[in-house]
Design a protein around this ligand. Structure first.
Ligand SMILES: Nc1ncnc2c1ncn2[C@@H]1O[C@H](COP(=O)(O)OP(=O)(O)OP(=O)(O)O)[C@@H](O)[C@H]1O
Ligand SMILES: [Mg+2]
Length: 501
């Protein structure tokens, strides 16, 4: 019998108003990948934070390498070789990559930090990961996916025996994901046990040995991955069957609601033109770095445009900043919830009402608290955000529920054109379906609806029309009937060779 290297028994943990974990048991063997699955707010991150000493459990037992640990702290976890890659990036933005990797464990020479060694060792780890990042770069200047790789490098640098990955791939490119899976296979063969949390269930085929499924803070089941079908896994996670993963409704297509003509904004948005008709849900597909986010930001006025025109219901609108866009009813739910999408220190209620103050205020411009509560509670109900009260700070929500707030705040107002940038990132299967229903609802109401997505099955499944971008340009358009993964990918890689030159 293979030995367990981690055993967690009957773990309980409560936060004010929330029972995050109730008698949850979990175990991990050496050399295996254990996928930890569950809906948003199921308690996955809380469980692994307890294992890595970030949170203290209220009750229960933790045994690591056959030793009962009464008070797990981050220091003990480190000593035992437990490393965690957090769901939300945890880098000190102003420090260099090497300083982040060795934070708190800096090599010392003659009583001073040995920067030379730190940079050299960091370079070696990054090379092993197959990423070209200079260890002396300031971390904050890196793209999110690169920062994620630094986070992974940091975990690997402590020579982990138990490596916890909380949604490591949500911001990675497909090439980086392949690299990561290679690393995971190498770690496995060296005997490292890996806890893998992800909402990208299709990834599991490549790496999962066993699964543990949680729901509402409780352990539901665990077992060998190959003994479950995907539908069974989803049913255990959600508590019911999901029949239609990509709901689509056919609406009568009417006149053009929204149009952009020849927008240029830096290298990543070149001569972009497209339109959206009434009753249509339009998706923008492309590989990471294709200029999709930059396009939505340029339209929204978050980045400057060199030229181009924007029309809403046939009328030209001048957008120089997000304020102009919001005033016109054109809104953006951005991809990075922590930095762009939320005020994480504010309650959910205020996050939802901030862009809608005009609706909830009286004639004198004073916010009516009753309306404020009504609006946020409705949003919470509409998209099923899991929280104890709307007064809880956004930072205390689980990752996926934070994402729902980002989306929810724009649905409460008088938006006429809504752009979603990766709206389902980090969101569980059931919540994804809810977001698709919401987009369908907007489309039925005649509101322009555009969404950027890196998940091909999703974009092919729910969009009426797909615009494909590559290297800052639109390379083609496919109707719902003609779209296939191959066709989208061909358009999405049209300039690939040129880019790598
Ligand atoms: N620091 C905290 N303060 C208050 N409540 C918290 C805190 N951390 C987590 N919670 C609550 O505990 C519950 C479990 O959250 P957790 O982050 O573990 O979920 P999760 O399974 O990781 O979800 P996701 O897939 O969205 O990341 C949620 O209801 C969340 O709001
Ligand atoms: Mg989580």
């Amino acid at each position: 019998m293979q030995d367990y290297i981690v055993q967690m028994n009957q773990i309980c943990k409560s936060f004010p108003g929330v029972k995050a974990l109730e008698n949850v048991s979990f175990d991990l063997k050496a050399g295996e990948v254990m996928a930890l699955l569950g809906e948003n707010g199921a308690g996955k991150s809380t469980l692994v934070k307890i294992l890595s000493g970030v949170y203290t459990k209220d009750k229960g037992e933790i045994t690591v390498f056959n030793e009962l640990i009464h008070n797990m702290t981050q220091k003990i976890a480190n000593e035992k070789g437990i490393a965690i890659i957090h769901q939300e990036l945890n880098m000190c933005q102003h420090l260099t990559v090497a300083q982040n990797i060795f934070l708190g464990r800096e090599p010392v020479k003659y009583g001073l930090i040995d920067n030379k060694r730190m940079n050299k060792d960091s370079r070696a780890i990054l090379e092993k990961l197959g990423v070209s990042i200079d260890p002396e770069t300031i971390t904050g200047s890196l793209q999110v996916s690169k920062q994620q790789m630094v986070e992974i490098a940091k975990a690997l640098s402590i020579d982990a025996k138990v490596l916890i990955m909380d949604e490591p791939t949500s911001a990675l490119t497909s090439r980086e994901i392949d690299e990561l899976f290679n690393i995971i296979r190498n770690l496995k063969s060296s005997g490292c046990g890996i806890v893998y949390i992800s909402h990208r269930l299709e990834e599991l085929t490549n790496i999962a040995d066993r699964v543990t499924i949680m729901r509402d803070g409780q352990f539901i089941t665990s077992g060998s991955y190959k003994d479950f079908t995907m539908d069974q896994i989803i049913a255990h996670m959600v508590g019911r069957e999901i029949k239609e993963k990509y709901p689509h409704v056919d609406c009568e297509v009417g006149e053009v609601v929204f149009e952009v003509k020849n927008i240029n904004a830096g290298r990543m948005v070149r001569n972009v033109s497209f339109n959206i008709r009434k009753g249509e849900l339009v998706g923008i597909a492309g590989l990471m770095g294709a200029g999709r986010t930059e396009t939505t930001r340029a339209i929204f006025g978050a980045d400057p445009k060199e030229n181009g025109q924007i029309f809403l219901n046939g009328k030209e609108i001048k957008i120089n900043n997000p304020k102009n866009a919001i005033a016109a009813g054109i809104v953006l739910a951005p991809e990075n919830r922590k930095t762009d999408g939320l005020c994480i220190k504010l309650p959910v209620r205020e996050n939802i009402s901030l862009p809608n103050l005009d609706i909830i205020s009286n004639k004198a411009g004073v916010v009516k608290l009753k309306n404020d509560y009504k609006m946020s509670e409705k949003a919470v109900q509409d998209i099923n955000i899991k929280l104890p009260t709307v007064d809880v700070n956004a930072e205390n929500l689980s990752g996926g529920n934070q994402q729902k707030v980002v989306v929810g705040k724009w649905l409460s107002g008088n938006s006429k054109m809504v752009m979603f940038d990766e709206p389902t990132r980090g969101i569980d299967v059931a919540a994804k379906v809810e977001i698709y229903h919401l987009m369908n609802k907007l489309k039925r109401e005649g509101i322009g609806c555009l969404f950027v997505s890196s998940e091909l099955p999703e974009i092919i499944g729910v969009a009426d029309r797909i615009i494909v971008m590559c290297d800052g340009r639109i390379t083609g358009e496919l109707s719902r009937n003609e779209a296939t993964q191959e066709k989208v990918l061909t358009l999405a890689t049209r300039f690939e060779n040129k880019i790598s030159n």
